[in-house]
Design a protein around this ligand. Structure first.
Ligand SMILES: [Zn+2]
Ligand SMILES: [Zn+2]
Length: 457
């Protein structure tokens, strides 16, 4: 028997995909019969407890089969979170896609993005120069947010993934590959190419009303980059890559840990018998039964975000000057403008992303934090789904910031027509970043713990 948190136990009997007990919920997604080397090697990990997985969403420790055919997804038996997704060629295909993404990234940053002709005055921008538009108005924080999420983090993510997968092909892979692989997973929500593209699309529809707009080749490259990055994520099999890193000795430690608790690593998923606070022998992340201070930090972040939500909506996010006349535009005003121009679908998109999503996120996070403290008696799966939803939709609110970045970089024709960021813009960007941090830092397992405590009280 293996002891679980709180003294409960789980059977240590090994089971296969068609075993009699349902400790996992395999979902056959394809009929491939190929089992890769990396996957078969994952059946005998030396650094952790074999064939065990801890659900990141509900905390349940459960058996997972050692051998699975490619295309199989293993889901948590309690909350349906995806535990493993076994892919065909887990080391080769993502590498090819990551290299293709790198080429597209280089094309996207070096070619012209958009150019406009505003009553004879031509302005053009590249992707590299676009965040700098905010600098003219001393909004360095907006430059930093845009440059980090659109330029720096997508590049780091792809380069780290390519380095890890290429490194695994060497005869002696560098030992520190584990760090790169852990970091590229952490950066995933913050690399926002797809959100940026939608922001540019909204900006494009607004620009066409003002000027003649030419779409540059960088925008097509960026579209390709987005598709390839989605395909790379879909082809990734983190379980297989970690198993390969472990097999090739590219891990932080060489020996399994010893300790009183069974803890699943937040960084790599390895299940170890260890003391709370020990360092994971595979990825060097700190092993915690639950993330300490997650609820208090969550409250602090959503209170700060709620306070900033007021200036974000009360102050204009952009100031448009046409023929010497300045018109301030709030977030709601921007959506109304799109309605006025007959662009209903875009107005709905901006309304959802900029007004509805932040409010629902703040309310949703509040509900989750109360459930984690007091314990909900039912609907635990729904609460876990709510957490996944809040995590997934949060980044899309950045559409407004990226639209503004595009407009500010391009529409600078002095008194004829120019667009400047307003005070509401940095407040709004801060709301998005703070709610994203709150959603990501929240430990959803606490909801299940609190419910258990409530049931046993
Ligand atoms: Zn679960
Ligand atoms: Zn780890």
């Amino acid at each position: 028997m293996v002891m679980q948190r709180g003294g409960r136990s789980i059977p240590s009997r090994s089971t296969g995909p068609s075993g009699p007990d349902k400790w996992y919920r395999p979902q056959q997604r394809s009929r491939h019969s190929h089992v890769t080397d990396a996957m078969s090697s994952s059946a005998k990990p030396s650094l952790g407890l074999a064939n065990l997985a801890g659900c990141p969403d509900c905390g349940l420790l459960q058996r997972v089969p050692g051998h699975l055919v490619a295309g199989t997804t293993v889901a948590c038996r309690r909350c349906d979170a995806v535990l493993h997704r076994h892919q065909l060629d887990p080391l080769g295909r993502p590498l090819a896609l990551a290299l293709a993404a790198l080429c597209l990234y280089l094309a996207a940053v070096s070619l012209p993005l958009l150019s406009i002709d505003l009553r004879g005055r031509e302005t053009s921008s590249t992707l590299l120069g676009l965040p700098g538009g905010f600098d003219r108005f001393d909004h360095w924080e907006l430059t930093a947010v845009t440059a980090t999420t659109v330029l720096l983090l997508p590049l780091l993510r792809i380069a780290m993934l390519a380095a890890v997968l290429a490194g695994l092909r060497l005869r002696r892979p560098p030992r520190r590959l584990y760090r790169l692989y852990r970091w590229q997973a952490k950066l995933r929500p913050w690399a926002m190419v797809e959100v940026f593209l939608l922001g540019v699309f909204v900006a494009y529809t607004r620009l066409t009303a003002l000027a003649d707009v030419d779409v540059g080749p960088a925008l097509w490259a960026l579209g390709g980059l987005m598709l390839v990055m989605v395909a790379t994520d879909a082809a990734q099999d983190e379980h297989a890559v970690w198993a390969a890193l472990e097999q090739r000795g590219a891990t932080s430690g060489d020996t399994p840990l010893q300790g009183p608790n069974v803890i699943a690593c937040d960084g790599c998923g390895l299940v170890s018998q260890a003391a709370d606070g020990a360092s994971c022998p595979r990825c060097a992340a700190q092993l915690r039964l639950r993330r300490p201070g997650s609820v208090a930090r969550g409250w602090a972040l959503i209170i700060a975000a709620t306070i900033l939500y007021l200036p974000a909506n009360a102050y204009p996010v952009m100031i448009i000057t046409t023929l010497g006349r300045e018109t301030p535009h709030t977030i709601l005003g921007g959506a109304e403008d799109l309605v006025g121009a007959g662009l209903w679908p875009l107005a709905l998109l901006v309304f959802c992303a900029s007004i509805l999503v932040p409010v629902l996120k703040l309310l949703g996070l509040g509900v989750l934090l109360v459930a984690a403290r007091r314990g909900a008696s039912r609907r635990l799966r729904d609460l876990t789904r709510l957490h996944r939803l809040v995590n997934a939709v949060g980044r899309w609110s950045m559409i407004d910031v990226f639209m503004l970045a595009t407009l500010v970089a391009l529409v600078q024709a002095g008194l004829i027509a120019s667009i400047a960021p307003g005070l509401g813009a940095p407040a709004f960007a801060a709301v998005v970043v703070l709610t994203m941090l709150a959603a990501e830092g929240f430990d959803a397992r606490l909801i299940w713990d609190a419910a258990e405590r409530r049931d046993t009280a």
